[in-house]
Design a protein around this ligand. Sequence first.
Ligand code: G16
Length: 545
Amino acid sequence: MKIMTMPTRPFPGQKPGTSGLRKKVREFAQPGYLENFVQSIFDTLGDCRGKTLLLGGDGRYFNDKAIQTVLRMAAAAGYARVMVGRNGILSTPAASAVIRKRGLSGGIILSASHNPGGPDADFGIKYNLGNGGPASESFTEAVYRRTQEISEYRMLEARDINLGHIAETTLGEMAVSIFDPVADYAELLESLFDFEKISELFVRDGFRMRFDALHAVTGPYAKAILENRLGALEGTVINAVPLPDFGGGHPDPNPVYAAGLVAEVSSPGSMLSFGAASDGDGDRNMVIGPNFVVGPSDSLAVLAANHSLIPAYAGRLAGVARSMPTSRAVDRVAEELGIPCFETPTGWKFFGNLLDAGKATLCGEESSGAGSNHLREKDGIWAVLYWLNILASRGETVEQIVRGHWRRFGRHYYSRHDYEALDAAGAEMLFACLRDVLPSLPGKPVSKTKVRMADDFAYLDPIDGSRSERQGVRIMLDDGSRIVFRLSGTGTEGATLRIYLERYESDPECLAIPVQEALTPLIQLAGELARITEITGRTRPDVIS
Ligand code: G16
């Protein structure tokens, strides 16, 4: 088999966003597009000879073709071995677990996460380092620079490999190991939680739950762990078969896209006490009880406050970390525990250094992500098991646990308003105007309070000293309320403006106000400051979460 060197030209816009490169399938499927990006990763890595690479994805449309391309290119780059999840399937957290357990040099994960799949929808690719976590900003910047100057890529002339069976095979001189994508991950999770207690909950106490895999990657993982190992009833995991188009759905675990699950758990006479869902690549989570959805920021705070119930974390919480726009509910828990709480920019990659240095043990984000030092990605099934372990230990309902948490720590009313598919130039202008007014804001009266400070968040990594600028505009009020504005780094159409609104309330009489009502003055202020309607023409957000 011979290695072919193919001439190519740079494609514009191959700049990785919050989590890798995400584009429409038709963009990725252009001849040379995927190849340029993969070659740029290999060129940035330098000498790949003798190393082992991990490869897999969330099974979305184009996953199968892309895997064969990456395999041929890895062979040409000199990798000694590539480990591929059977059928090309590997959830993002499982990829992180396998890289770490087996000491691999890194991994390529093919996923566009919670974005829809299919020929007209989205595809994505990202590189994870030897610590199992997403590549740093400096690495992805270097990859981007390489994509702008690339003139050739290399590929082994070879047949497609059958990925359907666990087997050892070769591609030219490179070994290819097709392995069970579930085993290492399931074993790791079993080492963290009290599986016996959770199993008793299902088997002895007859506890019933639903896990909606949304036809994305977590189906096989959730079935193996919840039904086969923990003894939850067969049928607990629904939509369990990964499909290239996610069954036409949107694999985003929120009350809108998992509306069927919310309705089932909340229906009168339902036997279900708990519901959960994960996203396209298995790193996000949603947890719900009957008529009660747990917000991701609250969930992080509850996980931290209950860490002493979990074998892996009891007495071992070094610190917690959250992304800047995430509500500060977890900060209050950290304060009471007397441990540090780190505030990072949006993007799981920013937690990597803190986790590696042993500074943070639990991390989480408003975007439905939570995880710990067990790996270097957020982890959907991990969060569900953490909740199950809490439910099994406390014998209370989801709602009782969260309301009890609010009574103890106060409630951070929180909501995110998204304006999607905006004209990119208009969105840039909106931010330019917003940044212009920041210096004039301190002292401005708002409802019964006033603006305390306004800035553009910059992060100085406490471990490696790197600095990340322009990570979101923050408006902080005297009463502790906050508005944060940023542009999403994961969309594939125009620009998405995200507005994060937060208000703290400790009065026990005021803990049950409808969220949007509790945030009304902040919503009005956000619209006024950013001149949203004037600049974008939009009168209301597309998604409120
Ligand atoms: C990715 C990142 C997260 C981030 C989220 C949303 O998650 O890993 O850290 O919070 O995107 O980012 P943005 O607000 O820029 O759209 P995922 O689950 O999409 O890989």
